[in-house]
Ligand binder design. Structure first.
Ligand code: FNR
Length: 348
């Protein structure tokens, strides 16, 4: 038992360490293949820009969130504490990392509940895998008095991990039972491999209303899991999955009925604005904020988030958009390989 707890804590630390070591995958990301059209005579002043958004009844002014990362060890507790303080000061929602270990081993719960201690009123999301039981999901929500519950879909990561899960058929029915059994909104998310129209269709049919497509382009769990062991026998999968831009295009037909959240490889305010323009209702960041908060201090990270948001508003002016709704109607030009993806996938 103690050994299992230690192994899990070690895995959490390794994930953070390898994620911090990861270099940007491509010099040119898919966000660079999406082009706004500059507007020289905007009909909006900077202080009129309002990018406030909502996930169901959860409303927030800055359309950013700290996406799921960690918990489960003393190092990761300190990271969660820092993120909790950043979330509290900036008013953005935050998610903790997978809480499976703490659901089974309550002695680990403090490394997650710290985010609630430092941010009693903020929007906080619990996080579990799709193999979770309803009882486990409820415990995770209660542990941090969560406002929402993220369920992560991480099939690629599990399969690459030698010790990972091999059975996935129960995921659909599990998601349904959690959806019907918890009393907070459920957000189903990827972990950096993106989501296809086919996946979104299944989620919609299950009754899921909130989805984070979390695409390729930033944190790469194929590389992290390969790097965690010496035999790198699946290291050819570094490019697996769909980018965040491709995933957002895949989500086009669902954006009316579902709230689509965008994450995966968001590094700049321009990436974030493109994510909103392509249909994301809010933009999540993990790696960018993890790197910042570990290289700097909490105060500097708060300043970073505030400047990031200010710059998003400046970009809104340059495309003549006052709100996210207006941003979605601004013209966009795609580079040829994104157009090719859309053509071959029949996306209008
Ligand atoms: C993650 N991510 C993640 N997601 C999740 O749902 N549960 C988890 O426990 C974790 N753990 C985790 C650890 C670390 C160190 C990182 C960097 C990320 C995935 C994360 O929420 C997000 O989907 C991806 O990281 C893609 O976003 P970025 O990192 O490219 O901004």
């Amino acid at each position: 038992m103690r050994e299992e707890v230690n192994l899990r804590s070690q895995r959490k630390n390794e994930h953070v360490q390898h994620a911090l070591n990861q270099k940007p995958q491509n010099v040119i990301s898919d966000f660079d293949k999406v082009h706004f059209v500059h507007h020289s005579m905007p009909a909006v002043n900077l202080d009129e820009v309002d990018l406030s958004t909502a996930i169901g009844d959860m409303k927030f002014d800055v359309p950013l969130y700290i996406n799921a990362m960690t918990g489960g060890s003393s190092w990761t507790k300190s990271i969660n504490e820092k993120f909790g303080k950043v979330a509290e000061a900036t008013g953005i929602p935050m998610a903790v990392g997978s809480m499976h270990a703490a659901v089974r081993h309550p002695e680990l719960s403090g490394s997650y509940s710290i985010v609630r201690e430092v941010n009693p009123e903020g929007l906080v999301f619990a996080n579990v895998g799709a193999d979770v039981s309803l009882e486990g999901a409820k415990k995770a929500v209660d542990m941090i008095r969560a406002d929402g519950l993220q369920i992560h879909l991480n099939v690629a990561q599990e399969l690459i991990m030698p010790e990972g899960d091999r059975d996935f058929k129960s995921w659909q029915s599990n998601i349904k039972s959690v959806l019907n059994g918890v009393d907070v909104p459920v957000i189903v998310k990827e972990v950096g491999f993106g989501m296809s129209r086919e996946t979104l269709q299944l989620l919609k049919a299950a009754g899921v209303k909130y989805v984070d497509v979390s695409g390729r382009g930033g944190t790469n769990f194929a590389e992290i899991e390969n790097a965690r062991r010496s035999a790198q026998d699946m290291d050819y999968l570094s490019d697996w999955g769909m980018s965040t831009v491709q995933s957002l295009m895949e989500s086009k037909g669902f954006q009316k009925d579902m709230t689509i959240l965008a994450s995966g490889g968001v590094k700049t305010p321009l990436d974030a604005m493109k994510s909103l323009a392509l249909g994301g209702s809010a933009v999540g960041m993990s790696h960018t904020l993890l790197k910042y908060v570990e290289d700097n201090e909490v105060e500097a990270t708060i300043e970073f988030v505030e400047q990031f948001f200010n710059q998003m508003k400046k970009i809104a002016v340059m495309v003549n958009a006052k709100t996210i709704e207006e941003l979605r109607t601004s013209p966009i030009v795609f580079s040829p390989d994104i157009v090719s993806w859309m053509e071959q996938r029949n996306i209008q």
